[in-house]
Write a protein that binds this ligand. Structure first.
Ligand code: NAD
Length: 419
């Protein structure tokens, strides 16, 4: 595992971000008590028969932070460093994110503490199915709808959908999003997070008067979110000068050939050794002088320790929680423009919403339809956040949180308290 380790507790970061935005909104204490903390937290034990015959016990979670605006919505992460606090943080961010892009979902998240890179397909399938069975009372198309996150993909979603459907006795595609197209997935879902991130970068460049054509870009994390954002930026004429994944960092100041790199990564599973590139240290990637930095790996990539070294003018948070509050303060003082995660990477959940709508209606859209609707949602949301940023003279992160938290608070006020 490379570079940036988890230094701050992500849930503390989520709570601190909440407080800053709630203060700026002037939110009363009763409302804070109602919306700040997760509604439901489930910890489950997942025993799995491994290929060598022994039984391994995995610890796993599903957290529903809020259902104030609709069913809980959020991905499932398979990673050795998954903790309950991390899942709670990610669920909290999902609530504000769905509200920022104004889709009728609340926030949830799930995770299994495991090392998927060292598990066979059979072990992954058995673990996923047993986990699905353990969280089954909580999930459903109108209750809580999982999706892919780090080291989970459309195959994982197919196993979840099948396990859920087998238990209920009929096929229920709407229980998860990010499914394969042949099982009720949406065209454009796979690339939605990177595409949404790209649209927000376009907006930021326009706002800051930076031409995207010729702009220099560094991307940390070359998975689903990072590679698609890199591909679209490359197609728009930007120069991707550095890329990393968990195995290494590569650099070419003239720009990397992103389609070729994606092809190599698909075959080899890594980016290091890409022809025409030179290896650099992970810390050096973050410190590169460039127009746009896209952190697209995990939380806490930029902290109070290394924020001063950041050389980018725009930081587009494709990942969830890559900047700590200390990093935010330093970067703001340096004049960097941050596109906060709950806006920047909201394309994934937006197209997840489109997928759910299509599943519920049994009527499927063309890819261009999905792209057009996504572009509209992302650009409108960017404009809404930017307006608060300018009018209220707060950071883009606080502005995005104000928009999301304000909408959830409104829903809670209208619903009142039960009983
Ligand atoms: P992924 O598993 O497809 O890719 C993760 C990438 O990060 C891999 O290339 C991995 O090698 C790399 N990585 C891991 N640790 C690293 C490190 N220390 N340094 C550099 N690279 C490292 O996952 P993803 O779906 O692309 O998710 C990435 C981030 O985007 C996460 O924070 C996730 O929560 C967020 N996100 C994803 C989606 C989505 O739809 N996939 C939606 C919203 C947010």
């Amino acid at each position: 595992m490379l570079a940036t380790k988890l230094v701050d507790n992500a849930y503390d970061v989520a709570l601190e971000n909440f407080d800053s935005a709630a203060d700026a909104l002037g939110l009363d204490n009763d409302t804070r008590e109602m919306i700040k903390f997760p509604e439901r937290v489930l910890t489950v034990t997942v025993p799995v028969r491994m290929d060598d015959g022994h039984i391994h016990r995995f610890e796993a979670y599903r957290v529903q932070h809020s259902t104030a605006r609709g069913p809980a919505k959020g991905g499932i992460r398979f990673h050795p460093q998954v903790t309950l606090d991390e899942v709670k943080a990610l669920a909290t961010w999902m609530t504000w994110k769905c509200a920022v892009v104004n889709i009728p979902f609340g926030g949830g998240k799930g995770g299994i503490t495991c090392d998927p890179k060292h598990m066979s397909q059979g072990e992954l399938e058995r673990m996923t199915r047993r986990y699905t069975s353990a969280i089954l009372p909580l999930i459903g198309p109108d209750q809580d709808i999982p999706a892919p996150d780090v080291y989970t993909n459309s195959q994982t979603m197919a196993w979840i959908m099948d396990t859920y459907s087998m238990t209920k006795g009929y096929t229920i595609p709407g229980v998860v999003t990010g499914k394969p197209i042949s099982l009720g997935g949406s065209l454009g879902r796979n690339e939605a997070t990177g595409r949404g991130c790209f649209y927000t970068i376009q907006c930021a460049c326009e706002h800051l008067d930076i031409p995207l054509k010729g702009a220099t870009v560094a991307v940390q994390g070359f998975g689903n979110a990072g590679s698609i954002a890199a591909q679209l930026l490359h197609e728009a004429g930007a120069r991707i000068i550095a890329v990393s994944d968990s195995t290494g960092c590569i650099y070419n100041r003239d720009g990397l050939d992103i389609p070729e790199l994606m092809h190599m990564k698909e075959i080899t599973g890594h980016v290091y050794g890409f022809p025409g590139s030179e290896p650099i240290e992970p810390a050096a990637l973050l410190a590169l002088k460039c127009d746009i930095l896209v952190p697209a790996a995990l939380e806490n990539a930029v902290t109070g320790e290394n924020a001063n070294t950041i050389g980018a003018r725009i930081i587009a948070e494709a990942a969830n929680g890559p900047l700590t509050p200390a990093a935010d303060r330093i970067l703001e003082a340096k004049g960097a423009f941050v596109i906060p995660d709950i806006l920047c990477n909201a394309g994934g959940v937006t197209v997840s919403y489109f997928e759910w709508v299509q599943d519920e209606q049994h009527l499927f859209w063309e890819a261009q339809d999905v792209y057009n609707r996504l572009e509209k949602v992302m650009k409108t949301s960017f404009k809404d956040v930017l307006k608060i940023h300018i009018d209220r003279n707060v950071s883009m992160r606080i502005a995005a949180n104000m928009l999301g938290i304000g909408r959830v608070a409104e829903a809670i006020h209208l619903r009142g308290i039960y009983p």
